[in-house]
Design a protein around this ligand. Structure first.
Ligand code: HEC
Length: 196
């Protein structure tokens, strides 16, 4: 077959397309494995029963989440299905109130308010909001803040009161704790500068 023949080009186009389809399928399966709960970068949902911290990784040159010992959320140890249901509810709360209009999650959203991807690790919960609300734990302070953001402002821009119920606020907090455990390849940069 010479390069003058249309058959040569057709065979080239068909074989290149076929090879690239195989590569695309392989990359898609690989990505899904990495980004699914229980995958390489995303812990299982019941990670909300554990301490979430971070450390600077000198090889990757970025902050990476560290999953520590037991630290039940709201004093409850959730099963994997219970945790998944709670986090799914939190996601619905976050979607239904359009938190993304002001906040960023996993790189999506706005910067009117703080980036929430690692908000669970924000030292302000223990340093400012726990004393302000009188809450004994970080998660209770987060619930109090989310139910009454107008009562506990810390910044020049204020978060409006979105009339969240306690159950809705707790579900949103479970989502935020799980989100902090996800290895986002160091995003947002320098979140490790915050000391929880
Ligand atoms: C109209 C804009 C707006 C919307 C909508 C909004 N927020 Fe906020 N949020 C803010 C601002 C501004 C702050 C900073 C307030 C402060 O520190 O006093 C804030 C702060 C926060 C914080 C504390 C972050 C930190 O680490 O300092 C959390 C958590 C939070 N918002 C969650 C939510 C959730 C969940 C929703 C949706 C249910 C939501 N926000 C909707 C504007 C908004």
């Amino acid at each position: 077959m010479s390069i003058q023949e249309p058959g040569f080009w057709r065979a080239g186009a068909i074989s290149t397309t076929a090879v690239m389809i195989v590569v695309l399928i392989f990359l898609s399966i690989d990505s899904i494995q990495v980004i699914s709960a229980g995958g390489a970068n995303v812990p299982r949902y019941d990670v909300i029963n554990q301490q979430i911290g971070y450390r600077y990784d000198w090889t990757r040159r970025m902050d990476v989440p560290v999953i520590g010992g037991p630290e039940p959320l709201f004093g409850t140890v959730y099963s994997e299905t219970g945790a998944q249901a709670l986090i799914a509810k939190g996601k619905l709360v976050i979607q239904s109130r359009a938190c993304m209009d002001c906040h960023t999650f996993f790189g999506n959203g706005a910067y009117y308010g703080p980036d929430l991807t690692k908000s669970w690790l924000d030292p302000a919960w223990s340093q400012i909001w726990m004393p302000a609300t009188g809450a004994k734990t970080r998660e209770d302070a987060m619930v109090m803040f989310l139910m009454n953001p107008d009562r506990y402002p810390t910044w020049t821009r204020q978060m409006p009161n979105l009339q969240l119920t306690r159950e809705e606020a707790q579900a949103a907090v479970a989502y935020l704790k799980w989100m902090a455990s996800v290895d986002t390849n160091g995003f947002p940069a320098n979140f490790g500068m915050k000391q929880p």
